[in-house]
Write a protein that binds this ligand. Sequence first.
Ligand code: ZN
Length: 418
Amino acid sequence: MPEVIFPLDSRKKFEEQEKIGHNRWHPDIPPVATVKPGDSFRVDCREWFDGAIANDDSADDILNAPLLGVHKLSGPFAVEGAKPGDLLVVDILDVGPIQQEDSGPLAGQGWGYTGIFAKRNGGSFLTDQFPDAYKAVWDFSGQTATSRHVPAVAFTGIIHPGLMGTAPSADLLGKWNKREGDLIATDPHRVPPLALPPEPQDALLGTLSGDEFDRIAGEAARTAPPRENGGNQDIKNLSKGSRIFYPVFVDGANLSVGDLHFSQGDGEITFCGAIEMGGFIDLRVDIIKGGMETYGVSENAIFMPGNVEPQYSEWLAFSGTSVTLDGEQRYLDSHLSYQRACLHAINYLTKFGYSPEQAYLLLGAAPIEGRLSGVVDIPNSCSTVYLPTAIFDFDVRPSASGPFQIDPGIGAPKAAAS
Ligand code: ZN
């Protein structure tokens, strides 16, 4: 096992650990450890809410999820010799959940959860159709996930970090705050908001305190969106065996990682759509001097996806076009067409006895494939969502004798009315 350079004790909160991570992006958050090019090392990661979500049959914790405190990130890790303009090469050697025997009251691993976030607390991809908070708890058995809240399915997780990235320079951070602030200003009271400005409340900046903390907390970027530094890309195929090339913007690169997922569908559509978990990740780093210019990699990270995936060979695919549910034609709107493809799949699954929320949670968590199938055939873009048929315990394909009716079980818990 590689040396653990960022250990987490499952019995303690993230803020009380031996090494303290962070939940904002800023160039002046000090590194917690320094590694050399060629080094392999292990990092423990807390799930993104630091244990606020329980393994129970209520979604009240999703409704009231403490979004100002996310994401709990391990790091930053400085890489000796890395300079702005370099590419940081990161290999994911291994990634997995915390072992059961290590679990404490906060980690609770051996399981994870998916949430549909309420419209008033984050929202989701289909928030107009699903404005309320719901939850599904998933149990892990080896590589397989099952849920008492979404019966009659079992699938192999493609374990990956939802979030990994390098620290921004002061200049780049200024650009983020300007452009996102300009967007917020176009509709500052929108629910859910258009973007998230810097927020000192619940900011965690490693060991910083006092005036330095106050200054940085007022400037530091939230971790929700992916940006030029990688960040919260939520790419399900960034799994074991992946190699990622991150732009370096500060001396040492200052790499951070967190938000591990046991599994996720393309788009992570329920917002907290992956199966969220705490765990470990083994990384190896290297540097390509001047690589940003040499390879033209400055807009975002590039990567080679992982080489470990489930062997699903048969799919049932649903398409959607850029026409609203009210019948209004939109011009090549691929966001809308992917929404329609997902709604199409959800409606189909309800014919087998799933509630719409169970189907939505399943699309967020299972390894579904989402594609922009056509983006040029005016006025309709065509998006598709592919469901692996083998994840269902029954025959999910259309047939003359179907549809089979599942026992919906206890259902997906909904938050009590707020
Ligand atoms: Zn996540």
